[in-house]
Design a protein around this ligand. Structure first.
Ligand SMILES: [Zn+2]
Ligand SMILES: [Zn+2]
Length: 392
């Protein structure tokens, strides 16, 4: 009742923006946002008695209790689900973003804590985005070289998407004048996964770890629902094993993006990259903003959605999910494992080549037209000269 009143009163005074919820309005009316955080910081304390630096689902944490919380989450699932064992060589998909930097840090701490005999290597894929990835590569190399020298990692690999024939900048140029959303993220995501899995097998890794967080996971599953893509929905977490694939593990999926950002900040872990410049305007960007909006209004929604997705997966018999993996064959073009005759990467590359050929044809047609026109002008000139000289 009170909410309704405030909302109505506000509606009369302010023009309420589309998507503004009652909760947004109440918060704005009660206190200015800056005041709220300051006041909260003063009052909220960690369970240990120290001042809280972050609140998670309404509970305050100091730096050390927060670190313990994140590490406990990460270590427990690895142990409980026996995801890694002594002797494993783990390839970490290391994009250099905050997720991968935190993932590597947590794995190194896990090895130290458990004393397990684990080897780590990192795989970085360069998408070939001139303004974004390229300037940071030397810094990234220096950082990884340093880790290698200290024997914290075995080795690191840098792989170019261009090795498949196209960089993401090339693809953007090819798709730029096509109608609708160019879908750069789906090309980039597919090619990156392909190259990481392939490289992991080449370096004889026994596991490959991705830094997908809880937000990424909920976004992806939501997109799968709206795409009616049951196969992709079922093939996500928990990952199943197949003799063709290096076993994938994504153990950040119980940790939210906000928690990962805070963990990086508290532990001086500096990411090399922010968001990709092509993310804006993509479908993923839309779902990311949507989820953040829901979370702003209904705190805890992301975590609840993850619990819901977990129970859905639990209810689907593993047999059903394993059926997907029984269909795994080797791609007829590149020989990589896939559930179709030709893998997604090869299919996408073929489509890009088709568009490229078509564009080249159109270009030559235009050139021919231009040449014809020039040829006609030259002919006209010759006739004119001939005519003039005959008059003369
Ligand atoms: Zn504490
Ligand atoms: Zn293929």
């Amino acid at each position: 009742m009170r909410l309704e009143l405030i909302l109505n009163k506000k509606r009369q005074k302010l023009s309420v923006k589309e998507g503004t919820t009652a909760r947004d309005l109440v918060i704005r009316k009660k206190l200015s946002p800056r005041k709220t955080t300051k006041e909260k910081r003063k009052t909220i304390k960690c369970l240990c008695g120290k001042a809280a630096l972050i609140t998670v689902l309404g509970r305050g944490y100091c730096k050390s209790c927060f670190n313990k919380r994140i590490q406990k989450k990460f270590f427990q699932t690895l142990k409980k689900q026996k995801m890694v064992s002594s002797g494993d060589h783990i390839a970490i998909a290391f994009s250099g973003g905050k997720d991968s930097v935190v993932l590597l840090d947590l794995f190194l701490k896990f090895r130290k804590r458990t004393g397990l005999n684990l080897t780590f290597s990192t795989i970085t894929v360069n998408e070939g985005i001139k303004s974004y990835r390229e300037p940071q590569i030397p810094k990234l190399k220096k950082y990884l070289n340093n880790l290698k020298r200290k024997n914290l990692i075995e080795d690191y690999k840098l792989v170019d998407i261009k090795s498949l024939g196209f960089s993401i900048d090339d693809i953007k140029k090819i798709l730029v004048d096509r109608k609708g959303e160019p879908g750069l993220c789906s090309f980039c995501g597919t090619f990156r996964r392909y190259l990481v899995s392939k490289t992991a097998r080449e370096i004889k890794a026994t596991k490959v770890a991705f830094g997908h967080n809880l937000d990424d996971y909920v976004q992806t599953q939501l997109m799968n629902i709206f795409d009616n893509n049951m196969e992709r929905f079922l093939s996500l977490e928990p990952k199943l094993t197949s003799p063709y694939f290096v076993h994938k593990i994504s153990r950040l999926i119980d940790i939210t993006e906000k928690e990962i950002a805070a963990y990086a900040l508290f532990n001086n872990l500096h990411p090399f990259f922010e968001d990709c410049p092509y993310l804006k305007g993509s479908k993923r960007h839309f779902f990311r903003r949507l989820l953040n909006k829901i979370e702003d209004s209904y705190i805890g929604s992301k975590v609840k959605a993850k619990y819901f997705l977990d129970s859905v997966m639990e209810k689907i018999p593993t047999k059903e999910r394993k059926k997907l993996f029984k269909r795994v064959v080797l791609c007829k073009v590149c020989g990589e494992p896939t559930t179709k005759k030709i893998c997604n990467t090869c299919e996408m590359l073929e489509n890009l080549n088709k568009i490229k050929r078509l564009k080249a044809k159109q270009k030559t047609k235009k050139q021919n037209k231009k040449l014809n026109k020039e040829y006609f002008n030259v002919l006209l000139f010759i006739y004119l000269i001939a005519g003039l000289s005959s008059i003369g």
